[in-house]
Design a protein around this ligand. Sequence first.
Ligand SMILES: Cc1cc2nc3c(=O)[nH]c(=O)nc-3n(C[C@H](O)[C@H](O)[C@H](O)COP(=O)(O)OP(=O)(O)OC[C@H]3O[C@@H](n4cnc5c(N)ncnc54)[C@H](O)[C@@H]3O)c2cc1C
Length: 404
Amino acid sequence: MSSENAAQSGERNEHVWDVVVVGAGPAGSSAAYAAAVAGRRVLLLEKAELPRYKTCGGGIIGPSRDALPPGFELPLQDRVHAVTFSLNGRLTRTRRSKNMLFGLVNRQEFDQRLVEAAEAAGADVRTGVTVSRVEQHGPAVPDRRTVAVVLNDGEVVLARAVVGADGSASRIGAHVGVKLDQVDLGLEAEIPVPATVAEDWAGRILIDWGPLPGSYGWVFPKGDTLTVGVISARGEGAATKRYLEDFIARLGLAGFEPAISSGHLTRCRAEDSPLSRGRVLVCGDAAGLLEPWTREGISFALRSGRLAGEWAVRIAEAQDAVDARRQALNYAFAIKAGLGVEMGVGQRMLAVFKRRPRLLHTVMTGFRPAWNVFAGITRGSTTLGEVVRTSPLARRALGALDKA
Ligand SMILES: Cc1cc2nc3c(=O)[nH]c(=O)nc-3n(C[C@H](O)[C@H](O)[C@H](O)COP(=O)(O)OP(=O)(O)OC[C@H]3O[C@@H](n4cnc5c(N)ncnc54)[C@H](O)[C@@H]3O)c2cc1C
């Protein structure tokens, strides 16, 4: 059945999708893929036309790679083997690794391929459609097992379960009542550079611990373009912009005209924030699932999206509100037991970093076990949560840093 037929038909009950996913970023595509491979009728709705630009460094760490659909080919622009760390432009030190640490992608290409993977698994995709709200009661909802997804032009799409993956300005998140602990503003410039400059950066990124509490900047090379960005707490817009300008100037890149300059918010959920309401689940940025210190969010989007897709399938099968609630609670439990633990460690790291950036810089650049942990996480052999759970040394170190 085509999505047009499903959406516009008068016989609405015959055209209820099992799962409707809102937003085709990594979280939404991952959810759509998971529900579609389970054999369900899935509709993925995206407001932009694809491929679309997303303000993002495009750093793909091991946990992101591991959460991709089987056979997915990463469109890598570069492979990172070295990291240069600096403290607001000073105390610069480069660490190298024989093995690749992580990969860099352009989000438009990466996201487009993820959508294609969801489509290949059987999901229908509609682009250029903005969801304005969802309704779980009222005249638009034909029965208690159905959710109405209302589009901007008034069209109503019906589903047994809905996954909200509509990013950091999420309307579905507002419906669910997502509560936030931390909101940051990321600013980025895509800077095309001549081949001689690009060569300096090939295979190496820069991380600069910034002048504002909790801020940092980065250079991610992608062939003939450098993605240069900074991130800091929201509310410091002018100072964050100044940091980016100074950072670019300090790197000797001010003479090159950015092809794109943009900004985007990132958000982290409060520990007690809901992840569902009735038959609606949220994942990725829409749920505030993001690593609070590095603001790494692609792996959180892919992993939470997959879980949301799997649990949406069960909610779609639920015959009553009690069963739907049970499945939604299981989803929340799975998120909290995995990503929630990682977020907890990330919050502690951010608190130390805000208080003692120099200490953290010294540990990262001068203490080999800290570098090994960084390399292990970026390669995907471990996660922040696992390190703290399994290594007494890491637990003691984090405890000491908490008090530093
Ligand atoms: C400056 C910056 C740099 C970053 N760098 C990295 C990095 O290097 N590595 C990393 O792992 N993470 C990074 N992140 C975080 C990462 O970009 C996000 O966590 C990630 O994109 C979240 O994916 P998502 O699918 O949840 O949301 P998104 O990627 O934002 O996708 C949401 C989608 O929903 C669509 N949408 C929104 N509203 C509606 C609507 N009403 N109806 C229909 N569709 C809608 C949007 O058009 C969009 O396509 C960075 C973030 C920022 C701001």
